[in-house]
Write a protein that binds this ligand. Structure first.
Ligand code: SDX
Length: 434
C-alpha cells in the first residue's frame, strides 16, 4: 500500500519567500508535513536531533499510538496476537503482510526446520571468542558471517528467495543464540531437532544436555512465544532504523540485520532489559531502597536512568509491558519460583508512577521493565536477555528491510547537518606551528 492521503498544505513564509508544504495523513490519522521539496523551494533544511519529529518513511507494517498505548502488527492488536497466535505465524504476518494459510504456514515451518543447522565450519567460530565475550557481539559477527556462506538474493524468484532467506535467518539466528550460550556455559552444543516447534527447539538447545535431558514445559513454550511476539516489531525504533539505513545502501540482509543487532545492544534500547536486572540487583544489594534509585534517576547531573522506564513514543503504559507483567506471574507459578527482584520491580514501578518527575514527563514502564524477570526464572543468563530481544525483533527487521527496498520512493538514507566547525583556513607546515 505505502500510500498517505494528501489532505491540504501548509504555508511557510521565510522573508519574501513563500513555500507550500503538502500535508499528508496516514491510516492512523497522524499528519505530517511533506518537506521533500523544502530545500529546493525554500533553500533550507531542518534540524531534528533523534528524529523525534521526523518520519523517515511510509510503512504498512506496524502502527503505534503512543498516547493511547495501541500497538498493531499489520492491523492486528498485539493483545490478540500474544494470546492467540504463535511467533512463527507472527513472523510470517510481519514479513508477508497477512496471516498464513495452513499451506503457507506448513511450508514456512518446514523451511525453518530445514535451515536450522549452521554450516559445520561455523561452529568452529565460537571457539575463537574469549570466554567472557558478550553474546550480542558474537551474534552480530555470526549473522554477518552468514553472508559468506549463503548467497545474496539473485532477484530471480523474489518471493521464493525471500522465504528461504527469512526462514534461514530466523532459524540460524536461533541456533547461533543457543550455541553462544552453550559455549559460555562450557557445555556441548545441542543441535536443533526436526520434531520440535520453534520455541520448544530453542529451549531444548539452550537447556538440554547429554547428562540431563530437559523437560520442555508447554507453559514455558507458550511464554516464549508471547515474549517473542511482543518483541517482533515496533515501527521505526533505533535498531530497525539502523537496518533500514544500512539496507538503503543496497547491502545484503545479513549485513543490515547485523547492524540492527549492534544498535539493539545499546543500554538505551534493547540492552535495557539487561540493565533493568542489574539495576534491581543493585537495589537488592542496597537493602531494597527503591527511593534512592528513583532520586538518582531524577538527578540531571547523574547519567543514571531508571532502566525499563520511559519511551520516545509511548506516553502511557507500554501495552507490551502490561502483558509481560502478567506473564511474569504465570511463569514463576509454573516454575514454582519466587523472585525478590519482582517485588522490588513492582515497588519501584509504584513509587515512580506516583512521583511528579515521572508523571510530568509521562514516563511509564516499557517492554524491558519486567521481561528480564521472566528470562531469569527460565534460567537465561542476564547477558542473553538482549539476544532474546534480537530473536524476537528479527522478523520486524526483515519486514522493514524488504519494505524499504520495495518502496517506489526508495532513496539511500543520507541526512543533512548544521555545520558549526571552523571557517576556511589554510595548511601551516609543522615547523611553522607554534
Ligand atoms: C526500547 O523506540 C522503540 O520503540 C524502542 C523499543 C522497541 O521495541 O524497539 O520500545 C525498545 O528501546 C525501550 C526503551 C528501553 N530503554 C530504557 O529503558 C532506558 C531508559 N529510558 C530512557 O533512556 C528514555 O526514556 C528513552 C531512551 C527510552 C527515550 O528517550 P527520549 O525519548 O529521548 O526521552 P528523553 O531522554 O528526551 O527524556 C525526556 C525527559 C528527560 O528529562 P528532562 O530533560 O525533560 O528534564 O524524561 C527524562 C529525561 O531525563 N527521562 C528519564 C527516563 N526516561 C526519560 N529520566 C529518568 N529515567 C528514565 N528512564
Amino acid at each position: 500500500m505505502l500510500e498517505a492521503r494528501h489532505v491540504g498544505s501548509a504555508e511557510l513564509r521565510i522573508g519574501d519567500r513563500v513555500c507550500h508544504l503538502p500535508i499528508l495523513e496516514g491510516n492512523g490519522g497522524e499528519r505530517v508535513l511533506d518537506i521533500r521539496r523544502l530545500r529546493a523551494d525554500c533553500g533550507m533544511t531542518t534540524l531534528d536531533y533523534g528524529y523525534a519529529n521526523t518520519a523517515s518513511c511510509k510503512s504498512d507494517i506496524t502502527y503505534l499510538n503512543g498516547e493511547e498505548g495501541v500497538l498493531l502488527y499489520r492491523g492486528y492488536p498485539i493483545e490478540e496476537l500474544a494470546e492467540k497466535s504463535r511467533f512463527v505465524e507472527v513472523a510470517y504476518l510481519l514479513v508477508h503482510g497477512s496471516l498464513p494459510t495452513r499451506k503457507e504456514h506448513d511450508r514456512f515451518s518446514d523451511l525453518l526446520n530445514r535451515h536450522s543447522l549452521l554450516h559445520e565450519d561455523m561452529t568452529h567460530f565460537f571457539y575463537r571468542y574469549p570466554e567472557h565475550a558478550h553474546p550480542m557481539a558474537i551474534l552480530s559477527a555470526m549473522v554477518v558471517s552468514l553472508s559468506t556462506f549463503y548467497p545474496e538474493l539473485s532477484g530471480n524468484d523474489v518471493d521464493e528467495e525471500l522465504d528461504i532467506t527469512t526462514t534461514r535467518l530466523l532459524s540460524k539466528m536461533r541456533t547461533i543464540a543457543a550455541f553462544s550460550y552453550k559455549k559460555t556455559a562450557g557445555e556441548p552444543f545441542v543441535y536443533p531437532r526436526h520434531d520440535l516447534s520453534y520455541c520448544a527447539n530453542f529451549l531444548n538447545m539452550m537447556f538440554s544436555s547429554p547428562v540431563s535431558p530437559y523437560e520442555i514445559k508447554p507453559e514455558l513454550v507458550k511464554a516464549l512465544n508471547v515474549l517473542l511476539i511482543l518483541h517482533a516489531d515496533h515501527e521505526q525504533n533505533c535498531s530497525t532504523s539502523a537496518v533500514r539505513l544500512v539496507g538503503s545502501a543496497r547491502v545484503n540482509l545479513y549485513a543490515a540485520v547485523s547492524s540492527g543487532i549492534c544498535a539493539l545492544w545499546g543500554p538505551l534500547h534493547g540492552g535495557a532489559n539487561q540493565m533493568v536486572i542489574e539495576m534491581l540487583e543493585g537495589i537488592a544489594r542496597d537493602g531494597g531502597d527503591v527511593k534512592k534509585c528513583i532520586e538518582r534517576a531524577k538527578d540531571r547531573r547523574d547519567p543514571f536512568r531508571l532502566y525499563g522506564f520511559g519511551h520516545r513514543v509511548y506516553k502511557t503504559y507500554d501495552p507490551r509491558a502490561r502483558i509481560i507483567k502478567n506473564t511474569c506471574h504465570e511463569v514463576l507459578q509454573v516454575l514454582n519460583k519466587k523472585d525478590p527482584l519482582l517485588d522490588i520491580a513492582r515497588e519501584l514501578e509504584a513509587r515512580a508512577l506516583e512521583d511528579d518527575f515521572f508523571i510530568e514527563r509521562r514516563l511509564y514502564p516499557n517492554v524491558d521493565f519486567y521481561s528480564g524477570i521472566i528470562y531469569r526464572a527460565m534460567g537465561f543468563p542476564t547477558e542473553m536477555f538482549t539476544v532474546f530481544f534480537a530473536l524476537g525483533r528479527l522478523p520486524g527487521w526483515i519486514a522493514h528491510w524488504k519494505e524499504s527496498l520495495e518502496d517506489p520512493e526508495f532513496r539511500i538514507q543520507r541526512p543533512r547537518q548544521v555545520y558549526t566547525g571552523p571557517n576556511l583556513r589554510h595548511y601551516v607546515p609543522l615547523d611553522k606551528r607554534s
